[in-house]
Write a protein that binds this ligand. Structure first.
Ligand code: CTP
Ligand code: MG
Length: 203
């Protein structure tokens, strides 16, 4: 399989207070961690999207950034992994597991996910309307992996989504889950990076 990766490192990092993707952990910018783990886990090439050396321009929404990256992925790629620069702590083993699951021809997409530990409530303007069984929920991470043709077709749809798997799900593709990693946190707020720096290398 010819496997390619896309690291999305654009966006404004508004909740972080700006400069999210120039931020460093263990002496490397976040996008570089995301890039390097994709290579270590088996990607033959990686396109980085964002204002970084060698990067391609980002888009307004995350999915626009992914589409810009996808346009640079060679036509003969079989599989494409999409990874958030904001998740610098994913392991090469996780990348390899996502790729490995796509060896099954019945699988169109793979999402790493971890169990939800909080009780989940459904509400309407602050009034609880339901408490669904927690076991049916998992929290989705990246890298997410897809058959390249399926991802390209799904990105032709106009839907507004927060991950690539949703586009593939809506297009009728089969998306499966592999075990994510608790340490593979998404850095959203400024405090998140301090917490990750202090625990780096210990998990
Ligand atoms: N992303 C992107 N292009 C966008 C928006 C987001 O490439 N237009 C990327 C970010 O770089 C990040 C990942 O998508 O690696 C997840 O997005 P998020 O953590 O929400 O980052 P931002 O959108 O930059 O942050 P915020 O929502 O707080 O502004
Ligand atoms: Mg965002």
């Amino acid at each position: 399989m010819n496997v390619w990766g896309i690291v999305v490192a654009a966006g404004s990092g508004e909740r972080f207070g700006g400069g999210k993707h120039q931020a460093e952990i263990a002496g490397k910018p976040l996008w570089q961690h995301a890039h390097d783990v994709l290579v270590a886990g088996g990607c033959h090439g990686v396109v980085v999207v964002g204002d970084v050396p060698g990067g391609v321009a980002g888009g307004v929404r995350r999915q626009d950034s992914v589409a810009n990256g996808l346009a640079q992925v060679p036509a003969d790629a079989d599989v494409v992994l999409v990874h958030d620069a904001a998740r610098p702590a994913a392991s090469a083993e996780l990348v390899a597991a996502v790729i490995g699951r796509l060896r099954d021809p019945a699988v169109d997409g793979v999402v790493p996910a971890i169990p939800v530990t909080d009780t989940i409530k459904v509400h309407d303007s602050g009034v609880v309307t339901a408490t669904p069984p927690r076991a049916q929920f998992v929290a989705a991470q990246t890298p997410q992996g897809f058959r390249a043709d399926v991802l390209r077709a799904a990105h032709g749809q106009p839907d507004d989504v927060t991950d690539d798997a949703e586009l593939v799900e809506r297009a009728g593709g089969t998306v499966v889950i592999v075990d994510g990693e608790p340490k593979n946190l998404k850095l959203t707020y400024r405090d998140d990076i301090e917490r990750m720096r202090s625990g780096w290398g210990s998990a």
